[in-house]
Design a protein around this ligand. Structure first.
Ligand SMILES: Cc1cc2nc3c(=O)[nH]c(=O)nc-3n(C[C@H](O)[C@H](O)[C@H](O)COP(=O)(O)OP(=O)(O)OC[C@H]3O[C@@H](n4cnc5c(N)ncnc54)[C@H](O)[C@@H]3O)c2cc1C
Length: 426
């Protein structure tokens, strides 16, 4: 580091936090907001890139739905969406619905899930195929379908505005968000956690999105433009999304999740205006919804290898994975034209559901009740962020869940064989 910059930065100072959150995506920002609303002060949220250019909160499809199979997923999404409704204009929430198309083999299960959704206060309609054709006439290739489930209060949100909404509320209550710091490791001493970060002092480098991508791909290696800074914290929260396993390692405990690439394409839907419709999840697993005057579609390729890969495969992804399924569903989709797209990371847990709660490390590396986590929502973190943040804040502040019992999401479920059985994953 040049000596003038070293002088400018001065001596390394240890900053002190009551609660320090690593990761400022929707999960970290929501947790900070709820903690601050519960009266906790001296909260810091640290992120390598507050703008979040490569974060999952930036690169997702914006779907929000309570049409899940497992009761807890229904409830977490339901409570979150009720909140998004209450701040709809701020977070860009549109209750345009989720329409799920089912083949005969899955129809019975879908109807059973619908019963559960209704019992938990989520009004969901079941359409047989004639009703589906009446309500969505452009879906004119339905021979393989048994029916459809329509969650009319499900819909779309602007995840970036949601994240900023959480942040603004948190900031107004004194939460400090710190940019350009990369967490490396922690040690525990006298009940405190000492956390070491690399602080990237060269603002110009941050104009270069490839630089950020490089670090986020190679898990923090490879640049000299940094110096170490240390934070001391009473409690720490791992909200690092697809990077949660590395952050967990630095905090001293194992995390079973893995990052997996997911791609999204935007296409010109020349023969149909999709704007009156919400999200449609095809029986093939391909989902699509309007994106301004175009269409947006995605697909969770089961064969995608683990890894932090942000490479978008472009037209070949659209042609191989998306278009055939759309073509098979509607004659209006025969002339689609690929426009653009991107790739982001799912943070996938072993049962495709979020990991929330206190870190209990059987190896004894992490002192009790010092470290918490909320991550690995496996592609549905934006829609569940409000209730997940609320629950974790309750747990941290009072030692127990007050609204929804999130204990089933505790990481111990993987070792204890208490996996969450969820079938409505896309
Ligand atoms: C293609 C795609 C489509 C999706 N569609 C939907 C959808 O329709 N609906 C939905 O609800 N969800 C969807 N998701 C999932 C959703 O985006 C994520 O579940 C959610 O954004 C996770 O939020 P997060 O805060 O946990 O992680 P992130 O937003 O990724 O935030 C983690 C943050 O941690 C920071 N970080 C990581 N490591 C470190 C470190 N060592 N030091 C400092 N900072 C660090 C990163 O910079 C990042 O900003 C989709 C995801 C993708 C990729």
């Amino acid at each position: 580091m040049p000596s003038d910059i070293r002088r400018k930065l001065g001596k390394t100072m240890k900053r002190k936090a009551d609660i320090l959150i690593i990761g400022a995506g929707v999960l970290g920002s929501a947790t900070a907001m709820h903690l601050a609303e519960k009266g906790v002060r001296n909260i810091f949220v640290l992120d390598f890139d507050l703008e979040g250019q490569w974060s999952s909160s930036e690169l997702n499809a914006g779907g929000v739905r309570a049409t899940w199979n497992h009761p807890l997923n229904i409830e977490i999404s339901r409570d979150s969406i009720l909140y998004y409704e209450s701040v709809a204009s701020e977070v860009g929430y549109h209750p345009c619905g989720y329409l799920w198309l089912y083949p005969p083999s899955k129809w019975e299960g879908a109807l059973a899930s619908r019963e559960r959704q209704i019992a938990l206060g989520w009004d969901v309609e079941a359409w047989d195929v004639p009703e589906l054709i009446k309500r969505r006439p452009f879906l004119d290739k339905t021979d393989d379908l048994a029916g459809a489930i329509f969650g009319k209060r499900d819909g779309l949100i602007n995840p970036n505005r949601l994240k900023n909404h959480y942040r603004e509320r948190a900031r107004s209550l004194g939460v400090e968000f710190v940019d350009r710091v990369w967490f490396k490791r922690a040690s525990y001493d006298g009940g405190k956690a000492n956390l070491v970060f690399d602080q990237y002092w060269d603002a110009e480098i941050y104009q270069d999105s490839e630089f950020k991508k490089h670090l986020l791909t190679d898990a923090g290696s490879g640049s000299g433009a940094s110096r170490e800074v240390i934070f001391e914290a009473d409690q720490v929260v791992n909200c690092a999304g697809a990077w949660a396993p590395e952050v967990a390692k630095g905090l001293g405990y194992p995390c079973p999740s893995k990052p997996v690439r997911r791609q999204i394409s935007v296409f010109d839907c020349r023969d149909l205006d999709l704007r009156p419709y919400g999200m449609i999840v095809d029986a093939s697993g391909v989902y699509f919804h309007p994106e301004a005057t175009n269409g947006l579609a995605g697909f969770a390729n089961a064969g995608e290898p683990e890894g932090r890969n942000f490479q978008y495969d472009g037209e070949s992804f659209f042609t191989e994975y998306l278009w055939p399924a759309l073509y098979e569903r509607s004659s209006k989709f025969e002339r689609l034209k690929h426009l653009t797209g991107w790739a982001g990371l799912y943070e996938v847990s072993p049962d495709d559901c979020g990991i929330v709660g206190t870190v209990e490390d059987p190896a004894g590396n992490v002192p009790a009740k010092r470290v918490f986590e909320s991550h690995s929502f496996s592609g549905h973190g934006a829609m569940q962020s409000f209730a997940a943040g609320r629950g974790l804040a309750e747990k941290i502040v009072t030692g127990a869940y007050q609204t929804l019992d999130l204990d089933p999401l505790h990481a111990s479920r993987f070792d204890q064989g208490r996996l969450i059985r969820e079938s409505n994953i896309i």
